[in-house]
Design a protein around this ligand. Structure first.
Ligand code: BGP
Length: 492
C-alpha cells in the first residue's frame, strides 16, 4: 500500500447532526435546526403578515431529531475516546456558528460557546487526533436568513468575517486545518441550506411556503460566498501562518460519466461538472472566475459584477488544500433529468455498476469513481486533497445477541480505500481519508436516525425515543485494522 506515513485516518461529523443541545448556553437556531431534513418540504419558517418578516415556525407534528441529535454536546469525550479506539489520528467536526454568534449579527461573541469548543478541541489534541474544523456545515444562523435574506446579502460577509476572526484567534495553536463552507457547491441545488438563501417571492402562495429563490439571489450568494472564502483564507493566514485553509465541495458530481459516446452526452456531462464543481473549484483553487460564466449569466438573465478589488482578492487568496465528499457516481444522458440530494447528483443508472447500497436509500456504489475523482481534481488543481466524507447509510438494528453485523459497510470502505490507494499510486497527493459518520448521527438529507453510517451505533430512533447508549458495530474492528496497518491489511 502507498499511504504516506502521516496519512490522516479518521472520521467526520457535523455539529448540527451530532451535538443536539440546540438552544443550550446561549445558542440560537441555525437553518438546519428548523428543517426536519434538508430534503424536507416542511421548512419550519413562515411569513408573519403583521411583522412583515419570516419567523421560525416548527411543525408540531414532526420530530426535529437534530435538536437532541445524539447528545454529542454532553458526550463528546466518551465518543472521541471510542474514535481513538479505532486509531484515529484526525477528526472532523464543525463549529456551530450560532454557538459563537447566536444570531450572527452580534458585536461580541458568546463565551459559553467558545468555551465549549475550547474543551472539545483540547480533548481531540490530548487524544492525538488532529482537529479538522468546518467553519459552517449548513449552519447559517437562522436570524441572518430571516432578517437579512441570507448569503445573497453582502452584509453576511461582514458578519462572517467577524465570526471567523473570532474563532481563528481563539483556537490558534489548537486547530490548524480549517474548511470554509461545507459542500458550498450545492448552492444551486439546495440554496437554503448551502447558501442560506431565502427570498420573499410571494409569501401568500401556499404552494411556495418559504418563497422561492430567484436566479439573481442565487448568483448574488455565489458572488458573496466567493469573496467570503477568499477573505477567510486571508484572515486565517494573517492570524496564524500555520493555518491551512481548505475549501469543501461535494464531488460526487465529478464522476458524472457521459452515458455513452453521443457527443451531446459528453458535452452535457462536461457542463454538469462545471455547474456542480468547477464554478466553485476554479475560483477557490485557481483564483479565477470561469469565463464561461458570462454566457451562463446571460442565459439566466442575471447581473453579476465582481469589483476589481474582489477579483484581486479571489486571485490572491486561494485555498491551501481541497477537501471533498464522495458518495457515488452517476451518468449523464441528454434525455434524463439530473436530480440530486445530499449524496450528489442522480442521472441515468449506470449499467456497469454491480453494487448498490441496500434499500431504502440504495445509493449507487462506485469505488473506482473515487479514484477517478481524485485524479481529475489533482490534475486540475495540483493541490493536496483530503477526503472528508465517504460512507454508507444503512437501516440497522441490533440482532438477538445485541450485535450489528454491518458487512456491507466493511465491503464499502475496503473498496473505496483500495481506490484511494490506487489514486495515490497514480501520483495523486491525497493526504487523508475521513469516513462520514463514524458514529450514528441524524441524517442531513432525511432528518432520520434510521439512516445510520456509524462504526458506533447510537440507541435513538426516528420517533425520538432511545437511551443514547453507544454500541460498537463489526465495522469498527475492520476500520481499526485498516488504520493500524496503514492500509496494508487490504492487500491480504
Ligand atoms: C453530505 C453532508 C453530510 C452528510 C452526508 C450524508 O451532503 O455534508 O452532512 O450527512 O451528506 O447525507 P445523508 O445524511 O443525507 O445521508
Amino acid at each position: 500500500m502507498s499511504f504516506p506515513k502521516n496519512f490522516l485516518w479518521g472520521g467526520a461529523i457535523a455539529a448540527n447532526q451530532y451535538e443536539g443541545a440546540w438552544l443550550d448556553d446561549g445558542k440560537q437556531p441555525n437553518v438546519t435546526d428548523v428543517l426536519v431534513g434538508i430534503m424536507s418540504k416542511d421548512p419550519g419558517i413562515k411569513w408573519n403578515e403583521e411583522t412583515k418578516k419570516y419567523e421560525m415556525c416548527l411543525n408540531p407534528d414532526k420530530a426535529y431529531l437534530s435538536h437532541i441529535a445524539v447528545d454529542g454536546y454532553h458526550r463528546y469525550r466518551e465518543d472521541l475516546k471510542l474514535m481513538k479506539g479505532m486509531g484515529f489520528n484526525s477528526f472532523r467536526t464543525s463549529i456551530a456558528w450560532g454557538r459563537i454568534y447566536p444570531n450572527g449579527d452580534e458585536e461580541t461573541p458568546n463565551e459559553a460557546g467558545l468555551k465549549f469548543y475550547d474543551d472539545m478541541f483540547d480533548c481531540m489534541n490530548e487524544l492525538g487526533m488532529e482537529p479538522v474544523i468546518t467553519l459552517s456545515h449548513y449552519e447559517t444562523p437562522l436570524h441572518l436568513i430571516t432578517e437579512y435574506g441570507g448569503w445573497n446579502n453582502p452584509k453576511l460577509i461582514e458578519f462572517w468575517n467577524r465570526y471567523v476572526t473570532t474563532v481563528f484567534e481563539r483556537y490558534k495553536g489548537k486547530v490548524r486545518l480549517w474548511l470554509t463552507f461545507n459542500e458550498v457547491n450545492a448552492l444551486f441545488r439546495m440554496p437554503l441550506v448551502a447558501g442560506g438563501v431565502l427570498t420573499i417571492k410571494d409569501p401568500k402562495d401556499p404552494s411556495d411556503p418559504i418563497g422561492s429563490t430567484t436566479k439573481q439571489d442565487q448568483w448574488d450568494a455565489y458572488h458573496n460566498l466567493l469573496v467570503a472564502n477568499a477573505q477567510t483564507v486571508k484572515t486565517g493566514h494573517e492570524i496564524d501562518p500555520n493555518n491551512q485553509i481548505g475549501c469543501m465541495l461535494t464531488c460526487s458530481g465529478i464522476a458524472i460519466y457521459p452515458y455513452n459516446c453521443n457527443p451531446e452526452n459528453v458535452l452535457g456531462a462536461l457542463d454538469m461538472q462545471r455547474k456542480n464543481i468547477f464554478y466553485f473549484g476554479d475560483p477557490f483553487c485557481l483564483g479565477i472566475v470561469p469565463s464561461y460564466l458570462n454566457k451562463v449569466w446571460k442565459e439566466d438573465g442575471v447581473i453579476v459584477n465582481f469589483t476589481d478589488e474582489e477579483l484581486a482578492l479571489i486571485k490572491e487568496y486561494t485555498v491551501d488544500f481541497f477537501s471533498f465528499s464522495y458518495y457515488r457516481s452517476t451518468t449523464y444522458d441528454v434525455d434524463v433529468n439530473v436530480e440530486g440530494d445530499t449524496g450528489g447528483l442522480v442521472g441515468k443508472d449506470n449499467p456497469y455498476l454491480v453494487d448498490k447500497a441496500p434499500q431504502p436509500w440504495g445509493w449507487a456504489v462506485d469505488p473506482a469513481g473515487l479514484r477517478y475523482t481524485l485524479n481529475v481534481l489533482y490534475d486540475r488543481y495540483h493541490l493536496p486533497l483530503l477526503i472528508v466524507e465517504n460512507g454508507v447509510g444503512l437501516d440497522e438494528n441490533l440482532d438477538e445477541n445485541g450485535h450489528i453485523d454491518d458487512s456491507f459497510r466493511v465491503h464499502y470502505i475496503e473498496e473505496h480505500i483500495k481506490n484511494v490507494n490506487a489514486a495515490i499510486e497514480d501520483g495523486v497527493d491525497c493526504r487523508g481519508y475521513l469516513y462520514w459518520g463514524p458514529i450514528d448521527v441524524v441524517s442531513a438529507g432525511t432528518g432520520e436516525m434510521k439512516k445510520r453510517y456509524g462504526f458506533v451505533y447510537v440507541d435513538r430512533f426516528n420517533d425520538g425515543h432511545g437511551t443514547l447508549e453507544r454500541k460498537i458495530k463489526n465495522s469498527y474492528y475492520r476500520y481499526k485494522e485498516i488504520i493500524e496497518s496503514n492500509g496494508e491489511v487490504l492487500l491480504k
